[in-house]
Design a protein around this ligand. Structure first.
Ligand SMILES: [Zn+2]
Length: 169
């Protein structure tokens, strides 16, 4: 187990290493903010690629430790709001609980995919870009405000999930 940094710590988990809550977080509370250098997407299937966090249409961030260890889950306990660097608790998180977000909520780079073994009953089995999610899952994330603005804007969704026509530019 790593030292506690900013309310989180790194420890072994089902996927190798994961990031865990070092204290309780209330639903809606900010849990972490990714910081790290911006990188180009290598598109080579490497571990580095799978650790990149997309933060804009052509912008990627490679999170510093310990934040790089946040794993994906199809049933996550944190999510983004407007930006794609700050994760908020979407339900109460107990001390010692592993932190997850759904990688697909902030991915717009077809055809990148990664297998998922999160083990939840509704596991999709594959992690891809947001538009590849089943429509019901897209709608749920949009209605709950868990989709960052660059994804919503690109796809023409207002913050609550209602579709809007983008202004002609
Ligand atoms: Zn899964």
């Amino acid at each position: 187990m790593s030292p506690v940094v900013d309310g989180v710590f790194v420890a072994p988990c089902a996927f190798g290493r994961g990031l865990f809550a070092a204290r309780r977080y209330a639903a809606g509370e900010r849990v972490l903010r990714f910081v790290g250098p911006e990188r180009e997407d290598p598109r080579d299937g490497s571990r580095e690629e799978s650790n990149l966090v997309q933060i804009g249409l052509d912008r990627y961030l490679f999170p510093d430790e310990p934040w790089v260890y946040v794993n994906h889950s199809c049933l996550p306990n944190t999510a983004f709001r407007d930006d794609a660097v700050t994760l908020y608790a979407i339900a109460p998180i107990e001390r010692g609980e592993e932190l997850f977000f759904d990688y697909s909520t902030s991915i717009l780079r077809d055809p990148w995919t990664m297998g998922c073994g999160c083990g939840h009953a509704d596991c999709r089995g594959i992690i891809g870009e947001f538009p590849a999610l089943p429509p019901s899952v897209q709608r749920r994330y949009l209605e709950r405000g868990h989709v960052p603005s660059f994804v919503r804007d690109h796809l023409g969704f207002a913050p609550g999930g209602e579709a809007f026509k983008r202004r002609a530019s």
